[in-house]
Design a protein around this ligand. Structure first.
Ligand code: F3S
Length: 62
């Protein structure tokens, strides 16, 4: 599974690293990035939760 953050959509709310710090982190620009790809199988559910929890649907997993 690949996780992507759409930086044009991210508003920097900071939720995704709370859901899944193994895959998402905040960068110096204040926006999130997915820094672990492919997503390890043991955190796929958490990465999907992060995608579902993003208030602006900026995270895409597939
Ligand atoms: Fe940005 Fe959504 Fe994460 S707004 S910080 S991608 S939860």
């Amino acid at each position: 599974m690949i996780a992507e953050v759409d930086k044009d959509a991210c508003i920097g709310c900071g939720a995704c690293p709370e859901f899944c710090p193994e895959v998402f982190k905040m960068e110096d620009d204040g926006l999130a990035t997915a820094y672990t790809n492919p997503v390890p199988s043991e955190v796929e559910a958490a990465a999907k939760d992060a995608a579902d929890g993003c208030p602006v649907d900026a995270i895409h997993v597939n």
